[in-house]
Design a protein around this ligand. Structure first.
Ligand code: IMP
Length: 174
């Protein structure tokens, strides 16, 4: 891992911690007294969902879906399900948890896929958002922090599978 390629933190560990707290408070308010199924989109969401679920004072069920939509750094728009979620979600309140929304293609696809399974409700939550890159409109209910149009790594996000374990978010400079 070549740290000389990284910018200074775009968001520090403390700023991310604050973000998780804020998002968890919004979710708790919206789902007070309900059970929610958090479905993390692997691999990038693993750090965020681990922090988020522990910050939620709600009944939480946890599941994951593994998709691949990227070849290297380019979005192909073709989303392949490598591992589907296993929990039966019909009639349940589902929140899809992403690391970052970029073009929106992955979430647009996953939203339709999960809506077809007839959940009681479906919301989308992302740690980071790159609004300038959006190609398809997808409603994102909970947005942690906005980032500029650069490749970011850390807090679960990778560049060619590296840097996911950094506790802060930085730009990867090519
Ligand atoms: P979308 O379909 O273009 O919205 O792509 C979303 C997925 O692309 C995210 O879940 C990430 O896995 C990946 N991605 C998008 N931008 C970045 C980035 O800057 N760094 C690392 N991964 C990214």
């Amino acid at each position: 891992m070549d740290k000389s390629k990284l910018s200074a933190a775009i968001y520090t560990e403390a700023e991310i911690r604050q973000m998780v707290k804020r998002v968890a408070e919004q979710i708790e308010k919206d789902y007070a007294g309900e059970e929610v199924v958090l479905i993390g989109v692997l691999k990038g969401s693993v750090v965020f969902i681990s922090d988020l679920m522990r910050a939620l004072d709600l009944d939480v069920l946890l599941d994951f879906i593994v998709v691949s939509s990227y070849q290297g750094t380019k979005s192909t728009g073709v989303v392949k399900i490598i591992k589907d979620a296993d929990i039966e979600i019909s009639g349940k309140h589902v929140i899809l948890v992403e690391d970052i929304v970029d073009t929106g293609l992955t979430l647009a696809y996953l939203r339709d896929l999960f809506l077809a399974r007839k959940p009681a409700s479906l919301a989308i939550c992302t740690a980071f958002d790159k609004p300038d890159r959006r190609q398809v409109a997808v409603p994102v209910d909970y947005i942690g922090l906005e980032v500029p149009n650069v490749c970011v790594v850390g807090y679960g996000l990778d560049y060619e599978q590296n840097y996911r374990n950094l506790p802060y978010l930085a730009a990867y400079e090519f």
